[in-house]
Design a protein around this ligand. Sequence first.
Ligand code: PXL
Length: 276
Amino acid sequence: MRVLAINDLSCVGKCSLTVTLPILSACGVECTVLPTAILSTHTGGFTGYTFHDLTSELPAILAHWKSLGLKFDFIYSGYLGSIDQIELVSSIKKEFLAENGTFIVDPVMGDEGKLYAGFTAEYVNAMKALCAEADYILPNATEAAFLSGVEYPLTRENVDKALVELSKLSLPVITGVKDGADICVFFSGKNGGKYSFTHENVEGFFCGAGDVFASAFVACLARGKHTAEAIYLASEFATAAIRRSAKEVPDKKYGLSFEKEILPFVLSLQSLDKNA
Ligand code: PXL
């Protein structure tokens, strides 16, 4: 199974490609990368960061890949720096996704009720169109509210409305919905049913947690897990990394301390293998 990850390279502050590559490799999944931008740090909490947009480089990279006849079993897109890049991802899916391949969109746009720096309502609309082409979408509670029009904060009560709206686009997996002292991931089944997994919430803002969850989810799918198993394993892994970071990482903008949680995650993934 070969995965193409389309995401930025933030040099400092673990997120996007610096999270995806180690997780997929450790899971035994081959990961090709298409970097959308290179930043000195990610944009969440740092000031003065550099941002070099790589849009103009991408067509030549893609032309070369086309000449090699490359196709991908999974295409996973994350942080996209502009509407032009959203449109390019749509054409990459059409050109490079293998027959019966899976397209996963993490509509990275915001957190804690707000859009990240540089994102607009027009961008949200373009992202919504990309979501409509995906097999799975992985918004956090903020992104789900922006995409569905349901008022933030999402709760156990109004998340149903968001799931129904987002199911019109794709199969939604909504992370980070707070419920009292707990935090839940909600998802719709192909039959329209509503499902969730719940963990005890750890207070605070954990940058890059969505990327850890999404990368682990993609790894699980690529290893042949069903949707619910993949969501369960990825949410256990992300929660373990968040708990560790609450203790070990003094400045949360530097990202999750996920590395030492990779081995238990890979072991849990293998223990579910049919031939293990
Ligand atoms: O983890 C999400 C993310 C990814 N990439 C960049 C970001 C952020 C969140 O702030 O700034 C560049």
